[in-house]
Design a protein around this ligand. Sequence first.
Ligand code: ANZ
Ligand code: ZN
Length: 866
Amino acid sequence: MSYDHSSVDPKWQKRWVESGIFQAKDSGKDKYYVLVEFPYPSGEGLHVGHPRSYTALDVVARKKRMEGKNVLFPMGWDAFGLPTENYAIKMGVHPSVVTKQNVDNFRRQLQSIGFSFDWSREINTTDPKYYRWTQWQFLQFFKAGLAYKAKALINWCPKDKIGLANEEVVGGCCERCGTAVERREKEQWMIAITKYADRLIDDLKDVDYLPKIKKQQEDWIGRSEGAEIEFRAVGVDPSIDPITVFTTRPDTIFGATYLVLAPEHPLVATLTTGGQKKAVEKYVLSVQKKTEIERGDDSKEKIGVFTGAYATNPATGEQIPVWIADYVLPHYGTGAIMAVPAHDERDFAFAKKFELKFKEVVLPAVIGNGVREWMTTYKASDEAGILEVIKKSVEMGESVYSHRGRLINSGQFDGMTSDEATKEIIQWLEEKGLGKKKTTFKLRDWVFSRQRYWGEPIPLVFCERCAQNGRSVSQDGRSPSFQEGATGESQGGHGESQAGWIAVPDSQLPVELPQVERYEPTDTGESPLASIESFVNTTCPQCGGPARRETDTMPNWAGSSWYFLRYADPHNDEAFASKEALKYWMPVDLYNGGMEHTTLHLLYSRFWNKFLFDQGLVPTSEPYVRRHSHGLIMSEDGTKMSKSKGNVVNPDEIVKEFGADTLRVYELFMGPFEEPVPWSTNGVIGVRRFLDKIERLSEKALAVGVELRFDPVSASEVARALHKTISKVTADIEHFKFNTAVSSMMSFVNEAQEKGISKESFALFLRILVPFAPHLANELWEKMGERGFVEEQAWPEADEKLLVDENVSIAVQVNGKLRATLLVPSALSDLSVLELARADINVQKFLTCEPKKVIQVKGKIVNFVV
Ligand code: ANZ
Ligand code: ZN
């Protein structure tokens, strides 16, 4: 027998919507905000990957509601973006029309799976009522001096005709279409995320994210502490800037035997001597063709060219040659390094190739812990041996010692540890005016412009007259602050580049996308909006003169940078959300999303929220208390599901054939939540069988007392099993171990099937089943004669008394040797256990006299020492 999901599923979905039981209230104690990353509503519709995290968080949301929490579990659409625009261009329809179709399809699909989203709070980033506030928030960045226009070398995709952020370039190719990315210089709006780099790292200590998420963010931000040190070129005009290098190892300065500049370094042309000119120019040209990724690849052979110039090492006074090489990147640190070939792998490879000098200045401080390891590494028998081997191999240019240690060949710093020497050397250089402590980040400012149609227009106008008067920004008053005393002060500006750029007044927001016939990008790289005169020409809000609108649009990371705030108060037309609503709902208690967003959306939205916090506009500095991540669902053969390979599983088909609950339970059961797992049709069938078994169990429960007898021993065993299952499922949901929660319910159902189950126990079971299989659980609930929804019941608490095993086995030993094993009731007192142990025939044989000592471990062991 099999239940009819095609009638059961829609019946309960309809009732949930009509009852409004999943709508969050805007007050009350114990709020709990559960968030899943909202999808991009693509034309392909929902992928089976989506429901994995939605189901998981739906389970959490449903459980929290049953625990009495006021749960907010919203859904919306991150709907600006390229695929929609490209499709619209191809088909000749407006992107908003395509978006609406896609959204309707996504909503239908999500509703067919029975998620308990609060649909009254649905948002859409392409709705002018929404993006009005995205624009308004952008203007806060602008007014604070954190949005600025700058010439930037951007990654340019020649196929999509769009500038890409570094994060959107994968292996030198466009993340979307795979075309090799070119470099182009363009004026772009930038947002100064780097001003928040320190806080974005430091505040990770206050949040509960998976360790791998924290680590990825830290690595991406890439904080390096070190020093900037000046090297003067020999024989050049003293008015020429010194060569400033960035190093994380000031302790190795006595070993710096040459300098390397990035080929793009501004001093290259000045320093290059006549004889080297040709070689240098040729090399610089060849490097322009490479991407940063290729250049940073350590496995590639290091090549470079001598400039002919020398500089003075400020520590040794020696004159050392100045080279250029592409392994030094122009946009990191100062674009110049001091090379220490004895202690840095890359410098080592380079120096070997070009036969440059090695000088070792650090030896391992091998005393203590590490000795044994060193001895193996260097095949030496003692400490002196180790030092000898290292010294020799470095001198011969055979290996490099790149760890910290103790200084040699370093004048007054000899004998210090690397840590001591780092401090001392920086101070020494500081006194001489040749260096200073410096922290560097890998993180770059956020390129915020896109030259596309389907994005939020950047709400700024350019006024020639105001530019000449040196004016910028608009006179709009600042918005009222969230907390008293919040300063809302700018963190420093890029004022000069903003001259003539005037913010559109708040009262004129949103700047809507014009309705047009054509929205193709142009070959010139200008945004399609640039060719729409009626959009471009406007008047200056400041002086009333003629002005031109900015025609770049925002990246699709803009709308998602603050959407979690909008859910708190999605219909507000006075503010992006009311202060009361934000204060009540923020921060998000639990947030789940893809690992691929760790260094994009997750980082951007943390930054965005911090900025709003500094402006006094949101109540917390961190937006998310806890962050989890799901593994991808692969195709049956373990490869990535893709349309081109035709191995994509459509959730609609699973819902149709097996029912929504089968899809839900299968997605949770298929493997550990964080890991990638292959789809399995057999697995789906197995889950459906499990659900059918539950249905048959309901028949049994109903029959008990009517036609079936239920013996008391079995009844108590089943009750015990049930309470253990309740306890396990409760804990597993908290720890995101949904697969083991499902398997424990499966084994419970098997046991109940065998031994029988009372109506009461079955009803209790439905309460833990409902977050996983809500349609079936409600259907059976009704069938048992219960009223209302299972969701209105309290989450059951496991009865502690029933959790302990009824019988335990006790190992009885004499002098540590096992002599008997007793099966006793777990509730039996220690004294009684002892008596039973003593009375055992086998034990008595060895207890020839009164024991000297008895060791007893409750529920486990009795050991008589004679
Ligand atoms: C001397 C030295 C000696 C270095 C030594 C390392 C080891 P992270 O940790 O990634 O910040 N460096 C500095 N700027 C660079 C650039 N623009 N392109 C390529 N390499 C650059 O790395 C900092 C180290 O990378 C710096 O410290 C510098 O080399 C190099 F035993 O200076 B070091
Ligand atoms: Zn003006």
